[in-house]
Write a protein that binds this ligand. Sequence first.
Ligand SMILES: O=C(CO)[C@H](O)[C@H](O)COP(=O)(O)O
Length: 227
Amino acid sequence: MAQINPSILSADFARLAEEAKAVEGADWLHVDVMDNHFVPNLTLGVPVVESLSRATGTPLDCHLMIEDPDRWAPQYVEAGAGSVTFHAEAAAAPVRLAREIRAKGARAAMALKPATPVEPYEDLLPELDMLLVMTVEPGFGGQAFLDIMLPKIRRTRELINKHGLELWLQVDGGVSESTIERCAEAGADVFVAGSAVYGAEDPAQAVRTLRRQADRTIASAPWACNH
Ligand SMILES: O=C(CO)[C@H](O)[C@H](O)COP(=O)(O)O
């Protein structure tokens, strides 16, 4: 089954609680944390995640686009995040960090920027609950989907299946009605969508449409025969 995670980067930050309610029925709410160092943009931090976790019943999927995630990631678990994603390019000790996130009770995920290959991380995959393949350069919503990431999604899916892992494969950036099927066909099963959801007239309907498209594709995808 596909999971659709609306990204609040495209929501109205002055009305975050209402914007979270507008997508009830989504699997997770994707929270983009940016520090203006790891990426050239600044969004929100631990206090906002704490408030948001009280304001919505939808679990929070926090994507940390920050330096020094080894220090900060555990605080996002304590703030109420159900899943915490750190970047491979930023983590000093990714295995220790993933274990710490899990020990604190959240799902541990690692993200790869477009130029970061997955192969060097093959042995780490069992330590993770999800791998995020970025399909834009992180930092901003509303960018065009990078088709050149499709082979990396395929290779990641092959590694997951080769090792028989229960690892979710997330894609983030430019995911929309016109790109989600290509991502699902290549092997993704968790889809972050910002502008395609919050830019739609009916965000909850946009989530349902994306999920239907992805589910249909996954049902006939060769990679998913044992999924
Ligand atoms: O991580 C992100 C940007 O770094 C966002 O989650 C992503 O860009 C979502 O926005 P959109 O679906 O509009 O591309």
